[in-house]
Design a protein around this ligand. Structure first.
Ligand code: GAR
Length: 196
């Protein structure tokens, strides 16, 4: 059974769908939910499901990302995490942290990568007049929102679409895509999953 740690910064709706998917014959189980923000709602939600939840407050480390990450590493290693899922984790991680978990850290990003790395993805898709938007799950590499894509799901951008309406539609797809990709990944299945 693979052990999965999930890193969140906010509400953790993707984290919950991941946790809820890891039941029955699923090859993995959630062992830790970790946040950079002690007030993240996702922590309470994980605890309420009986999952160990912990925070390392990045603000206590100022600009010292390495010191912040040392504390993350202690908790991840104590939990013996095999797979790390970033799920709305909004801190940029250093190359040395990413390299420690090479090939076993996943991220979900709310755009059809390689388009719109970084923030404000939905506004940028609407602004560009894109006919479709979506989300991607990829393996984390030191470059931001880069790394091999494991799966994507698409939505249509309708006339009059707002960033809020588009974000809501994409989030529904995120909740389908991330659990599906994690299951395949935990089974060592590779290739790109295209959800329709
Ligand atoms: C999700 O839309 C996720 O794709 C995005 O943050 C949201 C978190 O929601 N992640 C990023 O933008 C990462 N760069 P959640 O806390 O409800 O899962």
């Amino acid at each position: 059974m693979k052990k999965v740690a999930i890193l969140v910064s906010g509400g953790g709706s993707n984290m919950l769908t991941l946790c809820d998917s890891m039941v029955g014959d699923h090859p993995a189980r959630p062992v830790l939910v970790l946040s950079n923000d002690p007030a993240a709602k996702g922590l309470e939600r994980a605890s309420a499901r009986g999952i160990t939840a912990a925070a390392v407050d990045h603000r206590q480390f100022g600009n010292d990302r390495a010191a912040f990450e040392v504390e993350l590493i202690k908790l991840l290693d104590a939990a013996e995490a095999d797979i790390i899922c970033l799920a709305g984790f909004m801190r940029v991680l250093t190359a040395s942290f990413v390299e420690r978990y090479t090939g076993r850290m996943l991220n979900i990003h709310p755009s059809l990568l390689p388009k719109y790395k970084g923030l404000n993805t939905h506004a940028r898709a609407i602004e560009a007049g894109d006919a479709e938007a979506g989300c991607s799950v990829h393996i984390v590499t030191p470059e931001l929102d880069d790394g091999p894509i494991l799966g994507q799901a698409r939505v249509k951008v309708e006339a009059g679409e707002t960033t809020e309406s588009l974000a809501a539609k994409v989030l529904v797809q995120e909740h389908r895509l991330y659990p599906a990709v994690l299951r395949r990944f935990a089974q060592d299945q590779r290739g790109v999953l295209e959800l329709t």
